[in-house]
Design a binder for this molecule. Structure first.
Ligand code: MG
Length: 227
C-alpha cells in the first residue's frame, strides 16, 4: 500500500475538543442562563443532529442556518423559546477558538513523516466553513494540498462525493488514495464506497487489532512503507 494521496479526517483524528463537545455546549448555554447537565446535553445533541434535516432550506449541514435550527432545538428541549442566534454565535466563537482544542501528540510527527515520504495530503471533514481558519490557527493547514469540507462542498461523509471532490482537486483516482479517520461509518464506509483504501483510527482498540485498524497516527508512515 503506497498511496499517492493520504486523506485525513479532522475532528478526533488530527485534534479534539479540550473539554468535549457537549461540555462546551453546556458551558455556553450556562452563560445564557440555561442550565443543562453535560450528559443530558450530549443526549439532546445526538438526537437533534438526526432530527434537523440536511440540507435545510438549501443550506448544508453545519451551515449557519443548520446550526441555528440545531441550537434552537436544544433550547426548546430546555424549555427556552428565545431566538437561538446569539447562542449559536457564541458557540461559533468557542468552536473556532484554537484554545478550545488540543492537537494529538502523534499528529505533527506523522504528518511530517508522510510529507517527507512524498505523500500528498488532503483533509476530508464534516465541518463548517470555519475549518480552514481553525486548521491554520492550530498549525496544521500547511500540510494539506486541499480541503474537502462538507459545509463548503454541500455533501457530508459518508457520501462518496465529498471524497471525490478532494481527489478531483488533486487529479488522482480513488485507487491511488487512502483515507484515515475515527468513524467506521463516515470515514471507512464512505472511503470504501468512494473506491479508496481506508484505515480506521481507533485510539482505544484492544489488541489484537484487525488489519484495517491503527491505534495511533504514528503507525501510519510504517504502514504505508510496509506495503
Ligand atoms: Mg472524526
Amino acid at each position: 500500500m503506497s498511496p499517492a494521496v493520504v486523506c485525513l479526517d479532522a475532528a478526533d483524528t488530527l485534534f479534539t475538543e479540550r473539554d468535549g463537545r457537549a461540555a462546551l455546549y453546556a458551558e455556553v448555554f450556562g452563560r445564557f442562563g440555561v442550565a443543562v447537565p453535560e450528559p443530558t446535553m450530549a443526549t439532546w445533541m445526538a438526537a437533534a443532529h438526526d432530527e434537523i434535516p440536511a440540507p435545510l432550506g438549501g443550506e448544508p449541514r453545519y451551515s449557519r442556518a443548520w446550526f441555528r435550527a440545531f441550537v434552537g432545538r436544544l433550547l426548546e428541549r430546555a424549555g427556552d423559546r428565545r431566538d437561538p442566534e446569539p447562542v449559536r454565535a457564541a458557540l461559533e466563537e468557542v468552536f473556532t477558538d484554537p484554545r478550545s482544542y488540543v492537537v494529538f501528540a502523534d499528529t505533527f510527527p506523522a504528518l511530517d513523516d508522510l510529507v517527507e515520504a512524498g505523500h500528498r495530503l488532503a483533509v476530508v471533514s464534516n465541518w463548517s466553513d470555519r475549518l480552514e481558519g481553525l486548521l491554520d490557527a492550530l498549525g496544521l493547514r500547511r500540510y494539506f494540498e486541499t480541503l474537502a469540507i462538507s459545509a463548503v462542498v454541500g455533501v457530508d461523509k459518508p457520501d462518496p462525493a465529498l471524497f471525490h471532490h478532494a481527489l478531483d482537486r488533486l487529479g488522482v483516482r480513488p485507487e491511488q488514495a487512502l483515507h484515515v479517520g475515527d468513524s467506521p461509518e463516515r470515514d471507512v464506509g464512505g472511503a470504501l464506497a468512494a473506491g479508496m483504501d481506508a484505515l480506521l483510527l481507533d485510539r482505544d482498540a484492544e489488541p489484537p487489532v484487525p488489519d484495517h485498524v491503527i491505534r495511533s497516527l504514528a503507525e501510519l508512515p510504517a504502514r504505508l512503507r510496509g506495503g
